[in-house]
Design a binder for this molecule. Sequence first.
Ligand SMILES: Cc1cc2nc3c(=O)[nH]c(=O)nc-3n(C[C@H](O)[C@H](O)[C@H](O)COP(=O)(O)OP(=O)(O)OC[C@H]3O[C@@H](n4cnc5c(N)ncnc54)[C@H](O)[C@@H]3O)c2cc1C
Length: 466
Amino acid sequence: MAGLAAAEEIIALAAAAQAPTEITLVEAAGRVGGVLSTVCRDGWLIERSADNFLAARPEAVQLVERLGLQDQLVGVDPRVRRALVWHDGRAVPAPQGFRLLAPGRIGSILSTPLLSPLGRLRLIAERFVPPRSAQGDESLESFVVRRLGREAFERLVQPLAAGIWTADPARLSMAAACGEFLAMEREQGSLWAGERRRARAGTAPSAAGARYGQFLTLRSGMHTLPERLAERLRDQGVRFIDAAAAGVERLPGDGWQISLADTAGADAAIDADAVVLAVPAPVAGRLLASVEPALAADLQGIDYAGSAVISLGFARTDVAHPLDAAGMVIPRRAKRRILAVSFSSSKFPGRAPEGCVLLRVFAGGAVDPEVVRLDDAAIEAVARAEVAELLGARGTPRIVQIDRWHAAMPQYHVGHVERAARIMERTAAIHGLGLAGAAYTGVGIPQVIASGQAAARHACRRPVTP
Ligand SMILES: Cc1cc2nc3c(=O)[nH]c(=O)nc-3n(C[C@H](O)[C@H](O)[C@H](O)COP(=O)(O)OP(=O)(O)OC[C@H]3O[C@@H](n4cnc5c(N)ncnc54)[C@H](O)[C@@H]3O)c2cc1C
């Protein structure tokens, strides 16, 4: 998605400058979209990875609108806009108003069965916890335990966060992943005060959020976004090559050569004035090894985690749970094999045939890498056993789709913001180079699109002549 967004931006820049431009997009997988992919079969619509994006940032919605796909936008069904948390053998709603790690309403915290009486009081006492004197980054776990108490961390924040970043919370950087909450502590003294200020300011949802809801998808599936953009780029003359970039060299003077592997008849190398690398960071690091070793080392130092999505379709009558939420997250302390279950057909229309429901089970992540390595039969058995116990899903699924994403999610460890800034600074010093993708300043689809656009502007800016 980042590479396609970069190509679109280069076309816009070239049009503005009235400069004829040739763009070649090199893609190793034989299809566009990277992790974004949708399976449509026998009335089921199954997202293989992301199934929504945030409307709070404009980039994805604006792209949808530029592509004329706005009629396809659909928000999460208002009746199921809540998350359940597995606790003591049952599914319990997260307290109303609790925003990932910011306490919401006192009433809902005081009455939540998720926490013990002491745990609730500790969470409410967050407003009296003094801000940390030390400046700088901290892990999510350290921040939340310090401010909200260990119980709120283990029973509430850890499972909610695991469903988003698939990260180890003891290593996940607050500055990189939750900068907004870090700033609340620094500027308002507590998350409680920060949330109240936010409420007073009436932090309005973005225009798109107000129109469609905060979490959006496309009726025809997320794959529509990269595929439609690729179609548009082809029409605008972008050349697509099915090959892996195997090396990147600077040419004497000013320019680049990208060598290709497995080209199946295409050019074995491409010469270019500028290059945007929209590949996972370790791949970018390997490609740039001879161009800038220090930059390459920083890129290769970004860890990735894998995860698996096991989609199971059932007859509605085979699932006991009412599925009256967006999904359920499972705390690590419950010692189960899965991170979360998304109730796809409750969230969005058209995901399952009449009389059926679609569940997407998430497993793996940085803290349970083994499960992703299980073979299909074993991983399906894990997912089915879990949904049987957690949701009363019995009988044979009508459809099963297993997707493993090895090393697909960049891990923003403590110190990531400094590393990403260093990477961007070193990249900026190299004329004609741009780096894009989820590895740097946000894993969400809008951020990834923004990173492609920014990388295009970097790569195509004119050299400063003294
Ligand atoms: C399971 C899962 C669920 C997610 N859910 C959500 C969600 O609900 N909402 C959300 O906003 N985000 C979600 N995300 C995150 C988001 O989807 C990704 O961060 C984003 O799509 C990544 O886009 P990208 O362009 O950076 O990278 P990728 O999609 O990884 O694309 C990288 C591309 O580079 C290509 N490539 C690699 N090496 C080479 C080479 N040598 N030569 C040529 N091409 C190469 C690959 O084939 C691939 O096409 C999810 C991610 C995962 C894995």
